[in-house]
Design a protein around this ligand. Structure first.
Ligand code: FES
Length: 182
């Protein structure tokens, strides 16, 4: 595989220098390095919680695409965040089966409790509320993703407990922050 060279610009995210082994392993999986775009974006989001313009430039440089091409991917898929998010991302399913099981009422409850609406983040940076399409657990409706964990058959009491657990730091945060490669 040819050596990767990146422009020495301070606007890059620094992903490649921090996680070179993982990045190289991902690139090696695909005959065309552009196919690694989505998993690389996941690496970024795992660290930062969102995909910044600087990250898009760096991923583009790594896979040999243009920043505009990477931006097309980021803006097409709902799962990539294009703005910073809170430590806990609460993704309420808004598709019909959950809506029929009072998901809207749960959103109103959560929104009132945290004082934020769809896509917003609380001032303390702890919580973001997002709307999700069907999460594949319709028989357990209403459901919500708390970071990457699916919570089913939600009630207001259950939501109260989830928020308390998050505030007490008893749940894994949505993103890790930058750290040296292990
Ligand atoms: S509609 Fe909510 S999980 Fe399917």
């Amino acid at each position: 595989m040819p050596e990767i060279t990146l422009d020495a610009t301070p606007r890059l995210n620094g992903l490649y220098s921090r996680r070179k082994t993982e990045v190289d392993a991902l690139l090696a999986k695909y005959p065309d390095r552009r196919s690694a775009t989505m998993p690389l974006l996941w690496l970024v989001q795992e660290e930062d919680g969102w995909i910044s313009p600087e990250s898009q430039i760096e991923v583009a440089a790594i896979v040999g695409a243009t920043p505009a091409q990477v931006n097309e991917v980021v803006s097409f898929y709902q799962m990539y965040n294009r703005a910073p998010v809170g430590k806990y991302v609460l993704g309420i399913c808004g598709t019909l089966p959950c809506a029929l099981c009072a998901a809207d009422g749960l959103y109103e409850f959560l929104s009132g409790k945290l004082g934020i609406g769809w896509g917003d983040t609380t001032a303390d940076g702890l919580f973001t509320i997002q709307r999700r399409e069907c999460l594949g657990a319709c028989s357990e409706a209403p459901v919500m993703l708390v970071n990457r964990k699916l919570e089913t058959r939600l009630t207001r009491a259950r939501i109260d407990r989830i928020i308390e657990e998050c505030r007490a730091g008893q749940r894994e945060p949505y993103f890790t922050g930058h750290r040296p490669q292990s």
